[in-house]
Ligand binder design. Sequence first.
Ligand SMILES: [Zn+2]
Length: 181
Amino acid sequence: MPKGYKHTAETKKLISQKVKRAVREGKIFTEEYRKKMSELKKGHPTSEETKRKISLANKGKKRTAEQNRASSERMKGSIPWNKGKKCPWAKPPHYWGEKHPMWKGDDASPEAMHHWVIKRKGTPSKCEHCGRTDKKRYEWANIDHKYRRRLEDYIRLCTSCHRKYDIENNNYISGLNKINN
Ligand SMILES: [Zn+2]
């Protein structure tokens, strides 16, 4: 289209009808369409003048309910930005525990059991061995190192007491420790 060319009202109407039909038929606003558009845009940045015009044209325009509905229709089937990203809050709380598809009963790893305890008893903030509350980190220590799913089997310890406890009891190095090193 040559610069300065103006569509007639009739052409504009035709184009808008075409676009609307294409949207309805899912021909545009697809992944492929967007890729094509962004390819085309490369090397042809929107000029300041055009940007100003667009912003002026959009000023004061309120999206109608119909437009919002159409927009959300378009979004259906497109891939959400957070797809595949790990998000611990994505699942509602009732999904935790026994109902979870990954539920492993008593066979969970020590690390998984630590998370399980934290979820139910909270993050510890006091050491039951040295009694200190000013340490940076506290952990739930498993008393018999069997990592059973029993909340009473876990005591709060500061990291240094935890290491000591683990080593003194069966010379055990905790699963968490192994992962961190
Ligand atoms: Zn301690």
